[in-house]
Structures are given as structure tokens and as C-alpha cells.
Write a protein that binds this ligand. Structure first.
Ligand code: SAM
Length: 246
């Protein structure tokens, strides 16, 4: 199974109810990309979303899926006495445990904005991990950003994590390191084809990421473009954005 790129919210709903798929496959990843890496991914998230280490905060996870990461987050929130809101399809949320302090809000973000009105200005930490690429295609990504900024409390942090950046991917596969990686991974002597002038419909590139950072800054937040920890499985072609409301 390859990492799925051309899927969306309704495909995830269907995959969530497909009993032939593992938890990782239900969220679009081959087991090998996630199974042994979730602790390292979660540690990377915690090193950036430092509000998670506080006590008694309000936390939002947009698109938690149903594999290991939301379970690690639920456990951490219980330990730190945080309130946690999870937004995803009802089919995905049904796989996650019900726990005190956890609110499941079924819906398509950011179009579930009415249900989120009571939370405006109240979230200390927002996580959106490996989800922005779907929102980028299916929703207004400006509405996504603007609503998220409105939801942040003063001092609040939002991590838009695991963003597949086609520009970074091209730089990597045009490099000697990327060529060796491709040849080793694909067991081939072929050199990967990279076209820096291709029109990349529905793909996130440097310009889109920079646009998010510039718009967040223009709306009074600090925003940073961050690499993933080198040990993470897709660190050579994915990266993160951290938005902080002063
Ligand atoms: C690749 S999975 C990532 C899951 C989890 N964040 C992780 O990294 O393990 C994408 C998740 O985002 C959810 N999703 C996609 N678009 C969404 C949207 N517009 N609103 C809420 N959830 C969405 C999908 O249902 C799926 O659970």
C-alpha cells in the first residue's frame, strides 16, 4: 500500500469502516510508515507544541484519525488534566476511546465553525497533523487558517504538522542523497525525474506554506517554518508550521 495522496474526507469515512484495513491503513498510511515511529512523531510534536506540557489547558486535535497518535494525545491530556476536543468524521471518531475530558465533535473542519463558536479564543494548543494536504484541496484553506487563529487563546500554539511540500520533495530528489534514497527504496538504478516547472495541481509548495506563514503573521501571530526530526519517516519531504498567538 502506498501513501494515498488523492483522497479526501469521504474516502477516510469509508476507510474508517473497512475492517480489512489496519488502523494505519484507515488513515492512509502503510503500516511501515507509522507502526514503529509513533513515539518519535509524538515526541517531535511535543517539542514544538510546548503548551501540551502545561496543566489544565484546552487542546484541539483537527483530524486525529484512529491510529496511535490520538491515543498518545488522549493519555497525555489525561495526565496533564487538559480538556481535549477531537474533530473528525463520526466514523473515525468512533474508533477512539471515550474518556472524561474528551469531547468528540464530528464534522468537516473548518465548515463546523458554528459548533466551535463557544471555543473562540480558548484553545491553548491546536494540533493538525498530516491533515492540511486534504483541507488544502477540499476546503478553503484561508478559512481553515482564519478560524484556527480565532480559536487560539492568548499564548496559544497551533502546529500544522507533517505537510507534504512538493517543492521540498523536488529539491530532495534532485540531490545526490535523494537519488540514492530513491534507488535504494525502489531497488532500481533509475534516476528520479524532477520537473521544477511542472504545474502542481492540488499540491502544497513553498509558496503555499509561505502564504500561510505570512497571513498568520499579518493577523497578529508569530509563525515559523520548522523541519521535522531527522528520524521521522517522511522528514525528507514533509515539514511543519508553528503558529503562536502572542
Ligand atoms: C492522514 S490522516 C491523519 C490522522 C492523524 N492526525 C495522524 O497523523 O495520525 C487524516 C485525517 O484527517 C481527517 N480529515 C481529513 N479532512 C478533514 C476535515 N476537513 N475535517 C476534519 N477531519 C478531516 C481524516 O478523516 C483522517 O482521519
Amino acid at each position: 500500500m502506498a501513501v494515498f495522496d488523492d483522497i479526501g474526507y469521504d474516502d477516510f469515512r469509508r476507510m474508517a469502516t473497512d475492517d480489512s484495513l489496519s488502523a494505519h491503513e484507515k488513515i492512509g498510511f502503510p503500516d511501515a510508515y507509522r507502526e514503529a515511529h509513533e513515539a518519535a512523531i509524538f515526541a517531535d510534536i511535543q517539542s514544538k507544541l510546548t503548551r501540551l506540557a502545561d496543566r489544565s489547558r484546552n487542546v484541539l486535535d483537527i483530524g486525529p484519525g484512529c491510529a496511535g497518535l490520538p491515543r498518545l494525545l488522549i493519555d497525555l491530556c489525561r495526565q496533564q488534566d487538559h480538556s481535549l476536543v477531537l474533530i473528525d468524521s463520526p466514523e473515525m471518531l468512533a474508533h477512539l476511546p471515550d474518556a472524561s475530558g474528551v469531547t468528540k465533535l464530528p464534522g468537516f473542519y473548518p465548515n463546523c465553525d458554528e459548533a466551535l463558536q463557544p471555543w473562540i479564543g480558548r484553545f491553548d494548543a491546536i494540533l493538525c497533523y498530516s491533515v492540511f494536504q486534504y483541507i488544502f484541496v477540499e476546503a478553503s484553506f484561508w478559512k481553515f487558517l482564519d478560524l484556527s487563529i480565532q480559536l487560539l487563546a492568548p499564548g496559544g500554539q497551533m502546529l500544522i504538522g507533517d505537510i507534504p511540500n512538493v517543492s521540498k520533495r523536488k529539491r530532495f530528489f534532485a540531490s545526490d542523497t535523494g537519488v540514492k534514497f530513491h534507488q535504494n527504496f525502489m531497488q532500481t538504478t533509475e534516476v528520479p525525474q524532477v520537473d521544477f516547472r511542472a504545474v502542481e495541481t492540488n499540491k502544497i509548495d513553498d509558496a503555499a506554506i509561505l502564504g500561510v506563514i505570512m497571513r498568520a503573521r499579518a493577523q497578529g501571530c508569530d509563525a515559523y517554518w520548522l523541519p521535522q526530526g531527522e528520524a521521522l519517516p517522511m522528514a525528507n519531504r514533509r515539514e511543519d508550521v508553528l503558529i503562536v498567538k502572542p
